[in-house]
Write a protein that binds this ligand. Structure first.
Ligand code: ADP
Ligand code: MG
Length: 464
């Protein structure tokens, strides 16, 4: 009977809405008085109850011949509970002979070691920390505020506040900058602390070299005697068993001794490919802070702060133009600014909107190949089972107004359109309406984890 009810609902609401809202329903029990079903999130329960409950009840009555009440409960999907891994510290890592460094690199590839009187082998290598990557030069906004606060905490706290700190986010969003900033700041505040910063690739290279010179003991010693170990871009360690093993042992030894570990990656711990489950789980034990894609405000802030440090005058119009157009990441944003400046200096002409468009036409085109407002409206309408025309209509019922607000919010974050432009695409609404929608959705997101997850899901679907 339940299957038949579902089948009929599916025909009524269409495939997209069925998959989003009805397929996840689990029938728990049914008798003459009540049918009980479970959904994984509170947000889904509210939505299903608000939009489909009556219809479910009617269809059930039709199929089963009894009029039962419908009860929907929230049963979160089981998440694996991390268990402490038992690891023998100091056990020899299994060595696979096929594992060789891709290209032998020499001294310039050694890790940056800040203040290390005890480890002679690494000599003075703090040169590979970028002096510009400090907390002072880091512009903080909504997308990176958690990561920034966590990094500062790690740098300034006397005792380990959380372990590990796991920073993740897409390329060019500031992970390496924050890690270098931690190292600089520790050097200022706790000059006696020993800090090692290196990329996962260099860690692998070091390890393989130690194997070659049969000197794994001192390798272990070096990494296990630090106060703070930072490993950047740890996604590169995936799939290399021996190094992964060694990294895991080092990691465990440090965490067990209450030494700070900071890791960065382009994905969350659980999404790291080719990394063992026990490792994924352990990486997520401390604080996991993600850096979100940039917002217009953050891009504006970064451009203004960088422009201030230049000798060339960048008109405000150009800054706003760039903040609108270069939405991919901060590295590209900086690159765009540098190109404009280089061009202006070379040809001896002042920077203007015109020269900017000319110099950056390739970059601007690449950044335009992104999701459109129309695509967002279509996807959101499908997801919430409302009509696309409701995105433009003046209907104010919650069932259409909320999806519309969500679509405006996503348009703001995923396209480079301005608020008035977005308003126009939503039935000629005013920019204050769009602003209100964006605020409203942010408010709901911060108060409701499930709602927030649902929005993130939509965002990810649209970005692909
Ligand atoms: P990732 O390691 O995440 O790929 P990076 O840390 O290398 O990114 O950042 C790329 C560039 O953008 C760097 O030059 C960095 O200084 C700059 N950058 C990133 N985030 C910020 C920020 N919030 N404020 C100022 N500059 C930033
Ligand atoms: Mg990086």
């Amino acid at each position: 009977q339940w299957d038949r009810v579902l089948g009929r609902l599916r025909a009524e609401v269409g495939e997209a809405a069925y998959r989003s809202w009805l397929k996840p329903l689990t029938l728990l029990s049914s008798d003459d008085s009540c049918i009980r079903m479970a959904v994984p999130t509170r947000f889904m329960r509210d939505w299903v109850a608000g939009n489909y409950q009556d219809r479910i009840q009617a269809l059930w009555q039709d199929e089963a011949g009894v009029s039962s009440a419908v009860e929907i409960v929230v049963l979160p999907l089981a998440r694996p509970v991390p268990k402490p891994a038992l690891v023998e510290v100091g056990a020899e890592a299994e060595v696979r002979l096929s594992e060789k460094p891709e290209s032998p690199r020499e001294e310039s590839e050694l890790p940056a070691l800040v203040e290390s009187p005890r480890v002679a082998e690494f000599q003075s290598l703090s040169g590979s920390l970028d002096p510009r990557f400090t907390f002072d030069n880091f512009v903080v906004g909504k997308p990176n505020e958690l990561a920034y606060a966590a990094a500062r905490r790690v740098a300034e706290a006397e005792n380990v506040p959380f372990n590990p700190l796991f920073l993740y986010g897409g390329v060019g969003l500031g992970k390496t900058h924050l890690m270098h900033a931690i190292a600089h700041q520790i050097r200022n505040v706790y000059p006696q602390k020993k800090v090692i910063y290196l990329s996962a690739e260099k860690f692998m290279y070091q390890f393989v070299r130690a194997l070659r010179t049969k000197d794994t003991m001192s390798f272990k010693e070096q990494f296990r005697s630090v106060d703070v170990l930072m490993i950047d871009d740890v996604q590169f360690i995936g799939g290399r068993e021996a190094t992964q093993e060694e990294f895991f042992h080092t990691f465990n030894a440090l965490v067990d001794q209450n030494r700070q570990v900071v890791i960065s990656a382009d994905k969350s711990p659980s999404d790291l490919a080719g990394v063992e489950d026990r490792m994924k789980s352990r990486l997520g034990w401390g604080l996991v802070a993600d850096i979100h894609p940039t917002t217009y405000e953050l891009r504006l802030g970064i451009l203004e702060s960088k422009a201030e440090q230049l000798d060339v005058v960048i008109p405000q119009k150009v800054i706003e133009f760039l903040a609108h157009k270069i939405t991919s990441n901060i590295r590209e944003l900086e690159g765009a600014l540098n190109r404009i400046v280089a061009h202006a200096t070379l040809v001896g002409r002042a920077v203007s909107l015109e020269t900017t468009q000319e110099v950056l036409h390739d970059l601007l085109r690449a950044n335009d190949r992104r999701v459109t407002i129309e695509e967002i409206q279509k996807k959101v309408a499908e997801h919430f089972n409302v009509r696309i025309s409701d995105m433009h209509s003046s209907r104010r019922a919650r069932a259409v107004a909320r999806p519309r607000q969500i679509a405006m919010y996503l348009s703001k974050h995923l396209t480079s359109r301005s608020l008035p432009e977005i308003g126009r695409k939503f039935g000629g609404r005013d920019h204050t309406t769009v602003m209100h929608a964006v605020k409203k959705v942010e408010e709901l997101k911060s108060g409701d984890v499930e709602f927030s997850e649902d929005i993130e899901l939509l965002r990810r679907m649209l970005e692909n």
